[in-house]
Design a protein around this ligand. Sequence first.
Ligand SMILES: O=C(CO)[C@@H](O)[C@H](O)COP(=O)(O)O
Length: 242
Amino acid sequence: MLEDLKQKVYDANMLLPKLDLVTFTWGNVSQIDRESGLFVIKPSGVDYDKLRPEDMVVVNLKGEVVEGDMNPSSDTPTHMYLYNHFPNIGGVVHTHSPWAVSFAQAKKDVQAFGTTHADTFYGDVPAADALTQDEIEGEYELNTGEVIVRTFKERGIDPDAVPAVLVSQHGPFTWGKDAADAVHNAKVLEVVAEMNYHTLMLNPYSDNHVPQYLLDKHYYRKHGANAYYGQDNAKSKDHAKH
Ligand SMILES: O=C(CO)[C@@H](O)[C@H](O)COP(=O)(O)O
């Protein structure tokens, strides 16, 4: 089932080593078919050079494996949580790319210091709280997905405007309209994280943050003036006109 989607998800996973976003098997990509409510994700712990499209695992939004001979990625609960709570996303990526992980471990946002950032992320990329562990039926479940969604809610960040997060004690998760778009965002995050580091080394008090109205403008240019970005639409339309 979903053979075309398996091919797309396989292709997106194979971009991770190509884009220097993963070491060994440290990463995973998925994409959802919103019609069926099923998503396809990489199997856990499989070397990229051994991976095949037919190895992709099909999972439903309760986290149950619907088709696949191997275990799905260990991050499947997080991908699933994001699909359940961010209705407009179509693909999710997790990597351990070094610059983004450094900011995640330091629990520091990647700030919007310039257009390189603003062309993809229309605001700072937030560092989420550390992992939480809840005992669920005697098993410990790392509620990474809950930590991500809670961070966006508490900080009033629109996940469609900032398709990325830095999970402390773990690493970056990015998302997008599909798997390929989510991989693109993962690479941009890694590049702008490195730029953030050097910007702050050159000027630790750097406050040349791109103003929010300009970030809005980039957002509307890409998503259209009617796109809602956490503000009154009338006001947003005015922004877009400038
Ligand atoms: O952080 C971890 C494991 O601690 C994971 O994110 C792995 O890096 C990827 O795992 P699989 O997708 O191969 O299960």
